[in-house]
Design a binder for this molecule. Structure first.
Ligand SMILES: NC(=O)c1ccc[n+]([C@@H]2O[C@H](COP(=O)([O-])OP(=O)(O)OC[C@H]3O[C@@H](n4cnc5c(N)ncnc54)[C@H](O)[C@@H]3O)[C@@H](O)[C@H]2O)c1
Length: 316
């Protein structure tokens, strides 16, 4: 299959493009920044660049390029609209004209987080699946990603272009833009595997599953995150005393953490539920919190990447 991958110099895009080539697909990478997986350097918001990329031939598009959370502090609002919304539209129109059999877009769980959820105002954790509504994204990143999701849905409905949207949770390797005092970067990431993170390898596999199921399902929107060990009826306990809930599921977690000088979260305010993706496109993340604990137990390398020095290629 000939696949156009946008954002091919980025963290997800470069892993995804390499994986596709490994499987024998022909890949064209389109990115603002040069990179080993990128053949066309240009913007998705520039229709001539999109045309140049499609000239290589494309049976499917995986659209991972975009401005995201870290860009909020350094980019004008208009750029978010131009790149995340107009750029997605330019790609959809080109994909329709090329009669592509799949259009997969990387979206974000962040668009489900309104201010109340972010500030953890409730007295229970919020259990988030694809039915969560109303959606009130709290910034231009989420607002433009939500608009782009709508465009993918529209092209599936109106033009029969099979589309899959993946609302992925965190997989970035760098430090959090709002680091938690006292906790190390790896400790923060390990904790997030409980409720709001996945490995970049699992993100790649989710995109592969989306690509191979798009035609069959016509349109789908899924949360992509590591499966949480919790159940919905634990939401109040998670907010009140997350450590007690974690101990129920993983009796040795506290001890394993203590050996590293790590800390478990005291309270958890939200949980992403990826079970619809498993039921519909057969994708389930391999790396979960149990895998993190197993690495601690056996002194194996951690099953996720932490690289505090990572900088998005377009910002270098
Ligand atoms: N990193 C995360 O934790 C995370 C979480 C949820 C969703 N996402 C989404 O995943 C996607 C990939 O993110 P990433 O972590 O690989 O980020 P990244 O910054 O490493 O990669 C994004 C790539 O997109 C490119 N890009 C930006 N604007 C472009 C444009 N106008 N035209 C062409 N290329 C452009 C950048 O140069 C970069 O190489 C993004 O759409 C992001 O919103 C990321």
């Amino acid at each position: 299959m000939r696949v156009l991958v946008t954002g091919s110099s980025g963290w997800l895009g470069r892993h995804f493009a390499a994986r596709l080539r490994q499987d024998g697909h022909r890949v064209t990478g389109l990115d603002l920044a040069a990179g080993p997986e990128t053949q066309v350097v240009g913007s998705v918001a520039d229709r001539r660049a999109v045309e140049r990329a499609f000239a290589f031939g494309a049976d499917a598009v995986v659209h991972a390029a975009g401005l995201h959370q870290p860009d909020l502090v350094r980019t004008r609002l208009q750029n978010f609209v131009d790149i995340n919304v107009s750029g997605t539209l330019a790609l959809l129109e080109a994909a329709k004209a090329a009669q592509c059999s799949a259009f997969v877009m990387t979206s974000t769980t962040s668009l489900m987080i309104d201010r109340a959820i972010r500030e953890e105002r409730g007295d229970a954790a919020v259990w988030l699946d694809e039915s969560h509504a109303p959606l009130n994204p709290r910034n231009i990143y989420g607002t433009t990603k939500l608009a782009a999701e709508g465009l993918v849905r529209l092209f599936a409905q109106e033009h029969g272009l099979p589309g899959v949207v993946l609302r992925t949770s965190r997989f970035f390797p760098e430090d959090d833009d709002r680091p938690t005092a006292l906790l190390s970067g790896p400790n923060i990431k390990a904790n997030e595997f409980l409720n709001r993170r996945l490995s970049v390898e699992d993100a790649v596999e989710a995109h592969l599953a989306a690509l191979s199921h798009a035609q069959q399902i016509g349109f789908g929107l899924f949360i992509a995150s590591a499966p949480p060990p919790f159940t919905r009826d634990e939401v109040a306990d998670l907010k009140r005393d997350a450590r007690a809930v974690i101990a129920r599921h993983f009796p040795d977690a506290a001890e394993l953490y203590a050996r590293r000088g790590w800390q478990l979260p005291r309270s958890i305010g939200r949980v992403y539920d990826p079970s619809l993706a498993e039921a519909t496109i057969g994708w389930r993340a391999k790396t979960d919190f149990a895998a993190v604990l197993e690495a601690l137990r056996t002194d194996a390398p951690l099953p996720f990447v932490h690289d505090a020095s990572y900088v998005s290629p377009k910002d270098r």
